[in-house]
Each structure stands twice: as C-alpha cells, then as structure tokens.
Design a protein around this ligand. Sequence first.
Ligand code: SF4
Length: 74
Amino acid sequence: MVRECPYLAGCPFYEFAKLKGTKRALVAAFCKGTYETCARYKLRSTGQPVPKGLWPDGEMAQEGAAAGESFASV
Ligand code: SF4
C-alpha cells in the first residue's frame, strides 16, 4: 500500500519539490513515507500555523533565500 501525506494537495513544499524536480529524498522520506514525522504535517495536523519556509525536516529556509525556497503556509 502506498503511503501519502493527506496534505499533499496544496502543500507548498510538495509543489516546490515537484516543480523543481529536486528534494526527492525529502519527498520520499516524508510526503510519500513517514509523513507523521514531517514538521509541517505535525503543526498542521494539530491546528497550528505553519511558518513560511519550514522544511519537512524542521529546518527553516534562510532569510533572503531564492524565490521558491520559502513556502506559504499549508
Ligand atoms: S511537506 Fe509535510 S505536510 Fe507537506 S506534503 Fe510533505 S509530508 Fe505532507
């Protein structure tokens, strides 16, 4: 059975990764893997705001990073 995060549709990180064809390891590990451990998923699933630029592994995008390295809230 394929595991997929229930928040795939509309997730800015996932859309970014798809568009760029990059971050495949994070997508495989989180979005299509153990999504329960994703920092974005954990916040959203508990009704908390998701900071812009929060990566699934809990890292924050650098201030002033290139466009697309920051994400809107899911
Ligand atoms: S980044 Fe997190 S919240 Fe977004 S689709 Fe992947 S696992 Fe789900």
